[in-house]
Design a protein around this ligand. Structure first.
Ligand SMILES: Cc1cc2nc3c(=O)[nH]c(=O)nc-3n(C[C@H](O)[C@H](O)[C@H](O)COP(=O)(O)O)c2cc1C
Length: 188
């Protein structure tokens, strides 16, 4: 089983990276083939809305940046672990840019440009936040889950790790086993 982690935080050694990588570690222990991608290492530009990706023959996205490699990785993957810090109550700008760029590869049934190239991939959404109340942005997390379901991902879990302002993820003794278990469940 191939699982890719996508860390949509500008901080390579931050909370989101720690949580996503811990989930991947748990999956690896169950035999999964894992790879993780961090936005701090990537050049991914915003969608231009040119709709070239929906021209005849499906030429794909015309923006030749690091998203091209990610398109390939997503197509090959059985599951994705997509993590974002909460910025202003929502996903980070990097996470939104990535989500918009999926349009070249995954267009939902409600769209006039429906593509069924990539469907039913397992997905775990990860959010980390400074605020200690994990329910603070629940409406947004539920909405985001719904959007990824409309994009025909098989959303297995929405993991919210709160309270990062008081104690960063790598110092939280309780998180290690819990996150690895989530990763191992993804494989079974
Ligand atoms: C620009 C910015 C906006 C933020 N907005 C929120 C927020 O609305 N709610 C919250 O609980 N934490 C907020 N935070 C805190 C981050 O979500 C939290 O520190 C997160 O774990 C950072 O992840 P990282 O270490 O992967 O970058 C914000 C941080 C930044 C830098």
């Amino acid at each position: 089983m191939k699982i890719i982690g996508i860390i949509a935080s500008p901080r390579k050694v931050g909370n989101t990276a720690w949580v996503v990588n811990k989930i991947l570690e748990g999956a690896k222990e169950q035999g999964a083939d894992i790879q993780s991608w961090c936005f701090s290492d990537l050049d991914i530009k915003p969608c231009r809305g040119c709709l070239c990706c929906h021209e005849e023959g499906d030429p794909g996205c015309i923006i030749k940046d690091d998203m091209q490699e990610l398109y390939g990785a997503i197509e090959q993957a059985d599951a994705l672990v997509f993590g974002s810090p909460v910025y202003m109550g929502q996903m980070s700008g990097q996470a939104k840019i990535f989500t918009d760029r999926l349009f070249a590869q995954i267009s939902p049934r409600f769209s006039p440009h429906y593509k069924e190239k990539v469907r039913n991939k397992k997905l775990i959404l990860v959010f980390t936040q400074g605020n200690p109340d994990p329910g603070m942005f629940q409406v947004y997390f539920d909405y985001t889950k719904h959007i990824f379901q409309l994009l025909e991902f098989d959303v297995k879990d929405v993991v919210v790790v709160a309270g990062m302002r008081n104690e960063p993820a790598h110092e939280r003794k309780d998180l290690d086993t819990v996150m690895k278990d989530i990763g191992s469940t993804l494989v079974s």
